[in-house]
Design a protein around this ligand. Structure first.
Ligand SMILES: *Cc1c(COP(=O)(O)O)cnc(C)c1O
Length: 358
């Protein structure tokens, strides 16, 4: 059978496994800093056999070649380092807070110029791309859940001579494949859905352009943001069930969105129509949102997303979150629990928050 004809679910279960008589079903945790001379694999900062297995699983899902990094920010830093000093990056106003902060820092130090745009305003992005070196896209955005027109934005980036990048952490390659929509590079915080169990920090890049891949590999090897083999092994094990987790989380999120739309204790619901991240603004503003954080029992109040467990948090509790994000906005990362329990939990938390907020 041609391995490229396999369905995603089958690929996720099979990819990166050793083969041959006597081989373990799982790749070993390759705990080595160096290798016997004679091949390209000589020192483990340049490559590791456990990384190979993870990269073989992720790359084809996105339609390119993957590189494992120590964290999402490690991958993002390697991509931003492709921009020459003094170059211009066009980025969403509501980019992931770490990406936003890294751009602000680079701007303050005079290394990059940054043009921030509403990424769902295609005409504004097109205008901002004149003379730019790199377009950074997130869709849906964090935590406002704005949706970008990926094919239009990446064809405009190409026309402007800018590298097109998509942070695909929120969607995963199961819901959105940016390389097929014209992006040059996809980045992931594998910490989130790919690994999926809130037990690992990891990142990745994927590109179908061999030259860009080589440049990113050089950035990884020289920048040194390399993951430990145990983390990569855990991330790959998590990816074996990515399709099941994403499907269940998305079903749960869709059902929650149906129940929260027009709810008397919810002033505003944001749900982009797919994915498993929602945002709600409870009636009663910031005070009510703080009470919901304290009152939930099945949801956990914690930052991060993409795990089997449902999390929520008021995003403005983070000082880096832009002021355009409402004070009362609660971001929900919907997990794989029983949706009835999730609904009942939000109902009781919203009711309690409303009853105890002046
Ligand atoms: C978490 C996250 C990151 C950063 O990833 P780390 O693994 O925490 O370094 C980048 N982008 C998005 C969209 C994220 O959610």
């Amino acid at each position: 059978m041609d391995p490229h004809s396999l369905d995603t679910a089958t690929h996720l279960v099979r990819a990166g496994r050793p083969h041959g008589p006597g081989a373990g079903l799982n790749p070993p945790v390759d705990l080595n800093s160096t290798y016997v001379a004679g091949t390209d694999r000589d020192y483990a900062r340049g490559g590791n056999h456990t990384w190979d297995a993870f990269e073989a699983a992720l790359g084809p899902l996105e339609g390119g070649q993957a590189l494992a990094f120590a964290s999402g920010m490690g991958a993002i830093s390697a991509v931003l380092a492709l921009v020459p000093v003094g170059g211009t990056v066009v980025a969403p106003t509501h980019a992931y807070s770490g990406t936003g902060a890294a751009l602000t820092e680079a701007e303050r130090e005079g290394r990059l110029r940054v043009r921030r745009v509403a990424i769902d305003d295609t005409a504004a992005v097109q205008q901002a791309l004149a003379g730019a070196d790199l377009l950074w896209v997130e869709s849906p955005t964090n935590p406002m859940l704005e949706v970008a027109d990926l094919p239009a934005l990446f064809s405009a980036a190409r026309a402007a001579g800018a590298i097109g990048v998509c942070d695909n952490t929120f969607s995963t390659p199961l819901l959105q494949r940016p390389l097929a929509d014209g992006a040059d590079i996809v980045v992931h915080s594998a910490t989130k859905y790919l690994a999926g169990h809130a037990d690992v920090l990891m990142g990745a890049t994927v590109t179908a352009d061999p030259q860009v891949h080589q440049r990113l590999l050089t950035r990884r090897t020289l920048g040194g943001a390399v993951p430990g083999p145990m983390e990569v092994w855990l991330a790959l094990r998590g990816m074996r069930t990515l399709h099941l987790r994403v499907e269940r989380s998305c079903d749960n999120a869709a059902e929650l969105a149906r129940r929260l739309e027009g709810h008397p204790l919810v002033e505003r619901l944001r749900y982009p129509g797919s994915g498993a991240i929602l945002a709600i603004e409870p009636v009663g503003g910031e005070a009510a949102a703080r009470r919901v954080e304290e009152a939930v029992q099945v949801f956990t109040c914690a930052t991060s997303l993409g795990g089997v467990e449902s999390l929520l948090e008021r995003r403005r509790r983070h000082p880096l979150e832009p002021a355009s994000v409402p004070e009362s906005l609660l971001r929900l990362s919907v997990g794989i629990e029983s949706v009835q329990d999730l609904i009942a939990d939000l109902e009781q938390a919203l009711t309690l928050a409303h009853a105890t907020t002046d």
